[in-house]
Design a protein. Structure first.
Length: 295
């Protein structure tokens, strides 16, 4: 099944929904960061959530960052999406030992922790990005995202995210959905959505059975007349380049760059999102220093 985003709206104009299927992109993240299952589930959920939220941005060059700092053993979980839902991310401690609520059920909430914040940064081309932050509710990420939309954007939201991991630690299914009420939606609409959420249950299991993103939305919103608005592919995509890394080295300033040359004589800089290593010789670093002009 192709990783994709599906956007839909009920024909009465009262509910909008988006789903993401992301088995391949979460598996790519697992391979890059060599995450163990609990970290794979947490990072996967963050990537899936950021993908849907990034795709909701109106700006063409927009970007969205989802940062979760819960005080748990995983440390910071970070995901960055472009305006088309392509994502990249990392988890601070990818090799945390298996944490389970019960056999076969990962305890992502305990691994993330609840003593901290979920922060959303939207860069939509203005001078300053929009930053919204809430205290973590459960650490399970989907619940926290739903709470973020209610508290920070006053949009009643249902969110589900799931990552199913096989016995070989690879990702066998991953996806999720965001369902939001639009102005005019009453209590009866909320009840029907809640019933659909309960009826469908685990996102990762229904996807593992072969349901795609459209089928997922149609299952949850089976009580509604649903119109599919758009579908497009998404992937794990890093935008790092030697040019960007070079600019980062220059931004260190003369003093720090001089110290780097004196102490190490070279530099190996690793991208935190894709683990690609950029090597700079002493001569290359000196040339950068020279190009910065006089002190």
């Amino acid at each position: 099944m192709q990783d994709e985003i599906v956007r839909a709206m009920t024909r009465d104009g009262l509910v909008k929904a988006v789903s993401v299927t992301g088995t391949a992109l979460v598996e790519r993240a697992r391979q890059i960061h060599t995450t163990l299952p609990t970290a794979t589930a947490a990072l996967g959920r963050a990537l899936l959530g950021a993908s849907m939220m990034g795709d909701m941005l109106k700006e063409e060059q927009g970007a969205l960052t989802l940062q979760i700092k819960g005080g748990g053993p995983l440390g910071t979980v970070l995901a960055v999406s472009d305006c088309e839902g392509n994502v990249r991310g990392y988890v601070q401690n990818p090799h945390v030992e298996l944490m389970e609520k019960r056999p076969g059920k990962l305890d992502v909430g305990a691994a993330v922790g609840t003593d901290g914040t979920l922060t959303v940064i939207k860069d939509i081309g203005l001078k300053e990005p929009y930053v919204g932050s809430i205290g973590l509710f459960s650490g399970e990420i989907a619940d926290d995202l739903a709470m973020y939309f209610v508290e920070s954007e006053q949009i009643p939201t249902a969110c589900a995210l799931g990552v199913l991991i096989g016995t070989d630690q690879s990702v066998t299914a991953a996806g999720g959905y965001l369902i939001q009420l639009l102005p005019g939606a009453g209590e009866d609409i909320i009840s029907r959505i809640e019933a659909g959420v309960q009826r469908v249950g685990s996102v990762s299991h229904i996807l593992a059975e072969g349901t795609d993103g459209q089928g997922l939305l149609e299952a949850v919103l089976s009580d509604f007349d649903l119109e599919i608005l758009e579908k497009h592919p998404v992937e794990y995509r890093c935008y790092c380049s030697r040019d960007r890394v070079t600019r980062a080295l220059i931004s260190m300033g003369r003093e720090e760059l001089s110290s780097l040359i004196a102490e190490q004589g070279q530099a190996d800089l690793t991208c935190q999102f894709c683990d690609k290593v950029y090597h700079y010789t002493k001569e290359e670093l000196e040339a950068l220093l020279e190009g910065m002009g006089p002190a």
